[in-house]
Design a protein around this ligand. Structure first.
Ligand code: CP
Length: 311
């Protein structure tokens, strides 16, 4: 059994840092948090603690679910409305970390630069949780994605996941890294033809190192009968004028496309949908995206309690 002390003070920066045992332990705590999260209760477990949300990019799900998680655990929350009203434009990340460690007990940071939360963490005496960095990783998104699969299907082992859309998105890297920690998982990749929207080489190299089974597909129909999870993200290219071109049909999930799917197929989504996910899927039993965003609360409650040594 993993020791609680293994989490106390730990930074959460990459899914590559987690073992299967770590993930299972987080999920055990998350399950205990569910009655508080889903019955909209509050405890005083973290009453002496304050969390800062340092978001340098827009967010609905990650920021509000972390803030809700902290409030339900009885803790306090601070952060700016937007980075423009902070001093971060004229202060280095290491100096910002040194200032803020004097105020709070844990930091959740989202930044447009790859590696910014890691640089912050290196200079911070309090634990740092990445809320997503650039085109690199979004580890807590992957944790709640896996938690959704576990809670909705009962097991993560042997799941086959279709990732579709722009593979330069950070959530498209952390999820396969996490899946690779489980037995006989498989990933299908449906990406646009442009090189800069395909799965980046650095991520593919990690898949190979982790022993993850993956392959490229050309359309949903190729794998619809065998996949357990569909995970779409927008796939819109920009024109030279900066306008989005219409999304190609092969990157759209519709109710019609799900007619040959497994009965318990989960359609998940980490971000606001644009037009890659039709609203006619909402009324099918496959639609799990709103439930998935709700699972963010117990998972993030568990992470906060663990890194603060109070789970
Ligand atoms: N999943 C995710 O990162 O969503 P937000 O941008 O709304 O936080």
């Amino acid at each position: 059994m993993i020791k609680l002390s293994a989490f106390k003070g730990r930074d959460i920066l990459s899914m590559l840092d987690f073992t299967r045992k770590d993930i299972e332990y987080i999920f055990k705590i998350a399950e205990k948090m569910e009655p508080i999260a889903f019955n909209r209760k509050r405890t005083d477990l973290l009453k002496d603690y304050v969390m800062a949300t340092l978001f340098f990019e827009p967010s609905t799900r990650t920021r509000l679910s972390f803030e809700t998680a902290m409030l339900r655990l009885g803790g306090g929350v601070t952060g700016w409305a937007s980075p423009e009203v902070s001093r971060t434009a004229i202060e280095t990340i290491p100096d910002t970390a040194k200032v803020i460690e004097g105020y709070v007990d844990v930091v959740v940071m989202r930044h447009k630069e790859n590696g910014a939360p890691a640089l912050y963490a290196k200079n911070s005496a309090v634990p740092v949780i990445s809320g997503g960095d650039g085109t690199n990783e979004h580890p807590t998104q992957a944790l709640l994605d896996l938690y959704t699969i576990e809670r909705e299907k009962g097991s993560i082992d042997e799941v086959k996941v279709l990732l579709m859309g722009n593979m330069d998105q950070r959530a498209m890297h952390s999820l396969p890294f996490a899946l690779a920690k489980f037995d006989d998982t498989e990933v299908f990749i449906l990406a646009p033809d442009d090189k800069d929207r395909q799965m980046p080489k650095w991520a593919i190299d990690k898949f190979d190192k982790l022993g993850l089974k993956y392959s490229n597909v050309q359309n949903v129909e190729e794998v619809i009968e065998e996949v357990d999870v569909i995970y779409p993200i927008y796939a819109k290219p920009y024109t030279e004028e900066g306008f989005m071109k219409p999304v190609e049909d092969r990157f759209k999930i519709t109710k019609e496309k799900l007619k040959n799917a497994k009965k318990d197929l989960l359609v998940m989504h980490a971000l606001p949908r644009i037009d890659e996910l039709s609203t006619d899927v909402d009324d099918t039993p496959h639609a799990k995206y709103f439930k998935q965003s709700g699972y963010g609360i117990p998972v993030r409650m568990a992470l906060l309690a663990l890194v603060l040594g109070k789970a």
